[in-house]
Design a protein around this ligand. Structure first.
Ligand code: COI
Length: 355
């Protein structure tokens, strides 16, 4: 790959691992690449992290043609750096691209660009357990134009951010608010891909949850407001009668890579897994019958996020006495052990970066 590298002459001060929150600090450099109909994707380059200059008429600002990914790089006990399932993220970014009428890119080239960027930014990969380098590949529409159509030009960029826990609660149970007034996505829409508008659509209900003292929203399906879909910006799992249950991918649920990893780990441990429809009534009935053992969200940013309390209408249920359950605990440990290189990973999950 013909990748040009322009280094900054002003390196930033790096925060200590203990000071890391989520998504506030960015490294010194970024990867960029442009698209136009004549050249296709071209000019892959690493440059200093910098603002993107654009006209106020730039299409992404008006019609939301923006897609992104979230993945992480980890530092192993041997001080090596490794990526968790990066090929799956770039594959999903191309699915988002197809869905949002954005031209597809070469996944191997993007991965190579990312590796080069991380090599340059290796000192930014934090060491402490629970910290990592969060990676945000993004594509935005860049035509200056006010009519509604797909843009003809695009920018692909990757930025890096050293992070700690996503939620202030860390790996502690969060309180969940089931919204009956709002939906995140509908089948036939774009809920199954990672496009900016899905997150914008989630904000109003999220604010409502926060005002009421809850951390996240549990989303029900957009047609009947009956079946559980996702939690906040994560997929959701339940342990009901010793079986791991998660909503089946139905066209409006994001196909989470952490979701897929949890399912694969459960199957390997011979735990029964059931991807199916699950209604909110069934969940509350299972709680009443004493068979709802655990609930937890899964996502790249938050990893595994145990759920301690769910409020639906006037009913509130507490799960596992509001404590972290053994199964959420085990998945958190098993997954992070793989990510931090403490145990061997299933084939294809880890991409080591030689620096
Ligand atoms: C992730 O889990 O990486 C996400 O993309 C969710 C959120 C930070 C937008």
């Amino acid at each position: 790959m013909n990748l040009s590298i322009t280094k900054t002459d002003r390196l930033k001060a790096r925060p200590k691992d203990t000071e890391l929150g989520f998504g506030t600090v960015f490294t010194d450099h970024m990867f960029n690449m442009d698209y136009n109909p004549d050249k296709g994707w071209h000019n892959p380059r690493i440059e200093p992290y910098q603002p993107i200059h654009m006209e106020p008429s730039t299409m992404v600002l008006h019609y939301g043609q923006a897609i992104f990914e979230g993945l992480k790089a980890f530092r192993t006990p041997e001080n090596q750096i490794q990526l968790f399932r990066p090929r799956d993220n770039f594959k999903r970014l191309n699915l988002s691209a197809r869905t949002m009428c954005i031209p597809e890119f070469d996944e191997e080239l993007a991965l190579e660009g990312l590796k080069q960027l991380i090599r340059l930014e290796k000192d930014w990969v934090p060491k402490a357990l629970g910290t990592s380098l969060y990676i945000r590949p993004t594509i935005i529409a860049t035509d200056p134009f006010l009519g509604v159509r797909a843009s003809h030009t695009y920018r692909f960029f990757i930025i890096l951010s050293p992070v700690g826990a996503y939620y202030a609660e860390g790996f502690n149970p969060v309180k969940i608010w089931v919204t009956k007034d709002h939906v995140r996505a509908v089948r036939g829409g774009v809920g199954f891909v990672k496009t900016a508008g899905n997150y914008a659509a989630s904000l109003f209900a999220g604010e409502e949850a926060h005002k009421n003292g809850y951390t996240q929203v549990l989303w029900l399906d957009g047609v009947e407001l009956k079946y559980i879909e996702e939690v906040g910006s994560m997929n959701i799992f339940f342990v009901i009668g010793n079986e791991l249950v998660t909503p089946a991918l139905n066209g409006s649920i994001l196909s989470g890579i952490t979701r897929d990893s949890v399912i694969a780990m459960a199957k390997k441990q011979n735990m029964p897994v059931n991807e199916r429809r699950i209604s909110i009534e069934e969940l509350f009935d299972a709680h009443a019958a004493g068979t709802l053992q655990e609930a937890f969200g899964s996502g790249t940013a938050a990893v595994i996020s145990p759920v301690g309390l769910i409020k639906y209408d006037k009913k509130v249920i507490e799960i596992g006495d509001g404590k972290v359950g053994p199964i959420a605990n085990r998945f958190f440990k098993d997954l992070t052990d793989i990510q931090y290189g403490k145990v061997d990973a299933p084939k294809g999950w880890i991409e080591k970066i030689t620096v």
